[in-house]
Ligand binder design. Structure first.
Ligand SMILES: [Fe+2]
Length: 203
């Protein structure tokens, strides 16, 4: 086996295969220096339009939907500062309902001086990568392809030809959306040269 898997259909869910698996991905928990807990929580509240479910000195949980917490931050004495380039979690991603909501969020965060580090149309998603104040990467994205068309998309060769994507300028993209270009057209990945992996912001 060469390790390459490109199926023409979505794998069946674990449930469909008769397996007991988690029913959802619940939350992420970040650790930071105790004096930075509020700063990090504030960042997630702002970025995700979240509110505190529970917050005391050195610990807090926030949520933006009906889950009791989506992001928690824990202050741990003696924790070391972030260092780039270590194995582990690369980013967490949050999906918006449509490109309009993603554009609204981009503009809102720009007004708070929170800007993405990197914007790329991967093909299956239109994605903006932000860094929180501890340099954890957070991807805000929309799906470019309806769920029932994903298998078809992965079989059509576009992603195999360029599994990285094409960078985009968010001011230009969301400007075109505001000017009335249809969302379906703007979600199409343009032709072009993919960035090298070296261009991705390091964390
Ligand atoms: Fe991602």
């Amino acid at each position: 086996m060469d390790g390459n898997i490109a199926t023409a259909s979505m794998p069946r869910t674990a449930k469909e295969r008769g397996k007991v698996a988690p029913k959802k991905l619940a939350h992420i928990v970040l650790r930071t220096l105790p004096e930075r807990v509020d700063l990090i929580l504030d960042w997630y509240k702002t970025v995700l339009e979240a509110e505190a479910m529970y917050q005391v000195e050195g610990l807090g949980f926030v949520t933006y939907d009906d889950e009791h917490h989506r992001v928690a931050v824990l202050g741990l004495p003696g924790i070391k500062e972030h260092v780039d380039g270590h194995a582990g979690l690369h980013h967490v991603a949050f999906t918006y309902a449509n490109l309009g909501d993603l554009g609204h969020t981009y503009e809102r965060l720009k007004g708070e001086d929170i800007l993405p580090e990197f914007c790329i149309n991967h093909g299956p998603t239109t994605s903006m990568y932000y860094f929180d104040p501890d340099k954890n990467a957070v991807e805000l994205q929309v799906d470019n392809v309806p769920e029932d068309k994903f298998a078809e998309y992965f079989a059509n060769g576009e992603f195999t030809d360029n599994p990285i994507g094409i960078k985009f300028d968010p001011d230009e993209l969301f400007g075109r959306l505001r000017a009335g270009e249809p969302e379906e057209a703007l979600l199409q990945r343009p032709d072009g040269v993919p960035p090298s992996l070296e261009e991705f912001p390091k964390n």
